[in-house]
Structure formats: C-alpha cells, structure tokens
Design a protein around this ligand. Structure first.
Ligand code: PMP
Length: 468
C-alpha cells in the first residue's frame, strides 16, 4: 500500500468507527456517508484542517464561528497547558480563582460603553452560548420578579433571529428549521420584524428599512407595555439566519425604545463578538451599550467552551436580599472553568500583541475586493459584508424574488464542491459565506474566492434537478 492509499484507508476506518457510535449535531444522520461526506480530521494548523487522508481543508467558517487565530494556536495552547498543571477546575460557588477574576476584569474593561450610561460591572459565566442566553433571559425575568413586577413575563426577539438550541434559547429564536418541531414546548415570545437589509423593498435604503423595523418594534412594545422583560437581538448580523445584516441605526433606535419602555436590551454577541464584524464588539458600531451582553464562541479564541454574561450593577443589585430565592441560583458544574478562562485571557492578549482589529481591517478589505466580482454572477442575488464576514445569497435568477427550490439542495451541492477543492464551507441553506480565522493570508483568500466561484458554478448548473 502506498502512503496515500494507507491514509485513505485510515480515514475510511475512522469514518466507519465514527458512524458506528456517534450522533452528529445539526445533521440528518441518514445523509451520512453518501449524500454528506464525513471528514475525519487529524489536526489543525492555522486556518487549515488536515484530514486523516492527508487532504487539507481551509476552515472558511472558523469551525462554527468559534476560531479566531487559527487552529492549535501555540499561545492559547500553552496557556491551557500551564493552567492544566495548576488548577484544572474548581467549583465556582463559594470558591474563586485567578483566571475567572482576571478574565472578568478584562471583559468589563473592553465591553461596549455609552458615556451617559452606568457601565457593565458584573460577569456571570456559563459554559456555552445557549447556556449564556438562558442566563441572560432568566436574569431579566427574575430581576422584574424581585421588584414585584410579576406581569413582566414576555421577551421580544427579532424575526429570523437565532440564540441557541436549548428550550429557553429556542423560544426566542425564529428559524423554523430548528424551532418548528419543538414549538409546543416553547415559552411564548413576541417577534418584531427584522431590520434585515436584504428585505428592503424596491427603492428602500437599509436605513429606511431599519426605521420601519423600529417603528414596528415601538408598536409592539406599546401594545404589550408592562408585560415585557427584555428585547434580545444579534447586533449587526443575524448569523444563523443567513448572515443577514442590518444598519446599525436600528440598534440605536432599539436601545432608545427599550429605555422608553423600561425593558432590558440583551445583546447576543456570541457569534459577532471579538472582531467578527470589524470592531471588537458589534454594538460599538451603533455606539450603544446593552444591559446584558452574551459572549461565547470566540471568547476562548475557539479553543474551549465558555460563555460570559455581562450585566449592569443595577441588574446585579436587584438580586441582593436576605432571601435565597431572590438570588440568581442558576448553576452549571463547569461555570468559569479555569482552563477555558486561561484560554480566553490568552486570546485577549493576542488582540493586543498582534494588533488584530487593525490587521483585520486590511484582511476585510481584501475580502471585499475578492467578493465584489461575484455581484455579476447570474445566480448571486446579493453580496454583503460586515468586517470579517462576507455572504453570498444564491437564487435562481440572481434576483431576490426567485429562491431556488429547497429540494435542489444548492447549498449542499456547493458544500460538496468546495470540499472537493479543499475548502470547508458550510452554507446556510443557499447562502454561502466566508468567516475565516483572522490569520488567513492573501494567497489563501484568493484560493477561497476561486473555490467559492467553482462551488457556485457547480452547485447552480442544473440546480433545477434534485440532488441525490
Ligand atoms: N447565539 C448566537 C447568535 C449564535 O450564533 C449561537 C451559536 N451558533 C448561539 C447563541 C448558541 O451558542 P452555542 O452553540 O454555543 O450553544
């Protein structure tokens, strides 16, 4: 057996062992292995994933938007290793440790800030994004309860928004694919129209669309005055909803409306935080500060699961009492895990030492140059960008009114074509996007653009027929 064929045999063996025992996330398992190839990964190196068969794949989606500086980043790896030999974990109820304290201090120091508003001053840890969202929702609800405002039981969320998959987080999500089946289990939420600029009517600007959406939000808040605890939204980009982007003006209007109605604003920056949209936090682009800020994914540079919910002093103070029931008793065993906190501290260090936000501006500029020619593709209806995120909306006639028949599985075809050419893209329906690790270099971006074009061409040719 040659070296290559031995590696291919090894990959096949791992595929079989995997499918014998694993149940994968976000996957119709029946599609493995034929419709959907399973890719056994041996190791990661910068923006690359190296398969057990020896093939290299560009991680163009930063492994579900978690990875910031490339895989197996040595400084993050070293911080985790150091911490592992000191204190791997300790209960955070009643105990404290340096990484949790230092990380909280650092996060509060860099959090979005409005001069006229009291800053975010407290950090509550959870261990993944959905759990962080649950924390924020429960905090908002419980705060009003502690004040005796028992009628404030509802949340407002945006249409096409996504906040995670646990039952509470799903209740404020609006993506039918994830939500519909579980709808009977979900707490009732109120959905306001999304400011999504892709939905602009003919002649309408993104700013006008934002104003129209804010008007609808105002009406909703007025109609349910005194019943709502919080508005939750993804600032700047609704990621799982198809990388749909909106004018930051919407965030300013939403912030004002929340203030006017005494409703908390929860910013879910789990996907967009830590530089993805060009600024460290997306809220900065609107100059707003939320009452609760949810962070996860890139928080640890993508190395370990961790979430942080940042809260105002007023929210924290609302739980101080002699009664245990008024306390925020929410608890996860791995809350504030020292290894994850150490990884997060190392990741924040890199932002400073490598001048990441400034360098990303150059990378984002290249992503813009490389993505603009796609506007002329006959099946591309929209190319949009927010910092380090670029999305391509594929439709039958290249306009916004002719989506492909979902049965044609255009996105899946593009996924397979890109994989054949060494790029891991994972389209959201028929929307392709780039969200690469920040260390991606110019040559790699050019390769990504070339493969994306090939993938779109292959996926859309004959896309009226159904994919096997
Ligand atoms: N909120 C947003 C905006 C997200 O994009 C995600 C994950 N895609 C979540 C919450 C949930 O995070 P997790 O997958 O870590 O539960």
């Amino acid at each position: 057996m040659t070296h290559d064929s031995a590696m291919i045999a090894d990959a096949d063996a791992w595929r079989s062992r995997d499918l014998a025992v694993l149940w994968h996330p976000c996957t119709q398992m029946r599609e493995h292995p034929h419709t959907l190839p399973l890719v056994p990964i041996a190791y990661g190196e910068g923006p690359w994933l190296v398969g057990r068969d020896g093939r290299r794949y560009l991680d163009a989606i930063s492994s579900w938007w978690t990875n910031l500086f490339g895989h197996a980043e040595p400084r993050i790896a070293a911080a985790i290793a150091r911490q592992a030999t000191t204190l791997e974990h300790v209960i955070l109820a009643g105990c404290s440790h340096a990484p949790a304290v230092e990380l909280a201090e650092r996060l509060l120091a860099i959090a979005p800030r409005e001069e006229r508003r009291a800053p975010l001053t407290k950090v509550f840890y959870a261990d993944n994004g959905s759990a962080g969202v649950e924390v924020a929702l429960k905090m908002a609800f419980h705060w009003f309860r502690n004040r005796g405002e028992l009628q404030r039981t509802k949340f407002v969320a945006l249409e096409n928004g996504y906040h995670g998959e646990t039952i509470g987080a799903l209740a404020v999500g609006d993506i039918p694919l994830y939500r519909r089946v579980y709808a009977p289990l979900l707490a009732e939420a109120l959905f306001a129209p999304s400011p999504d600029a892709y939905l602009c009517e003919d002649g309408e600007s993104p700013a006008q669309r934002a104003t129209r959406a804010a008007d609808a939000l105002r009406e909703l808040l007025e109609r349910h005055a005194g019943e709502i605890c919080a508005l939750i939204l993804e600032p700047r980009v609704q990621c799982a909803g198809g990388m749909r982007m909106h004018d930051p003006a919407y965030l300013r209007m939403a912030r004002e409306l929340c203030d006017a109605h005494g409703v908390f604003l929860i910013a879910d920056e789990i996907a967009v935080g830590f530089g993805r949209t060009g600024t460290l936090f997306a809220c900065e682009q609107a100059g707003i500060q939320p009452d609760l800020l949810c962070l996860s994914k890139g928080l640890t540079g993508g190395a370990l699961p961790l979430a942080a919910v940042l809260a105002t002093q007023a929210i924290y103070d609302g739980f101080l009492d002699d009664s245990r029931e008024r306390a925020f008793l929410h608890s996860h065993s791995y809350t504030g895990n020292p290894l994850a906190c150490a990884a997060a501290l190392a990741s924040l260090e890199i932002f400073g030492s490598d001048d990441v936000i400034a360098r990303n501006r150059i990378t984002a500029g290249r992503m813009r140059e490389l993505s603009l020619p796609f506007v002329d593709h006959p099946h591309v209806a929209d190319v949009r960008q927010a910092g380090m995120i670029v999305a391509f909306e594929l439709t039958r006639n290249g306009d916004r009114r002719t989506p492909f028949d979902p049965a044609a599985r255009v996105g899946l075809r593009a996924y397979r074509a890109a994989l054949d050419h060494g790029v891991l893209l994972r389209p959201l329906g028929d929307i392709l996007y780039w969200m690469p690790p920040y260390c991606v270099d110019d040559g790699t971006l050019q390769m990504l653009a070339g493969v994306t074009r090939t993938a779109i061409d292959q996926a859309t040719s004959g896309a009226t027929t159904t994919c096997a």
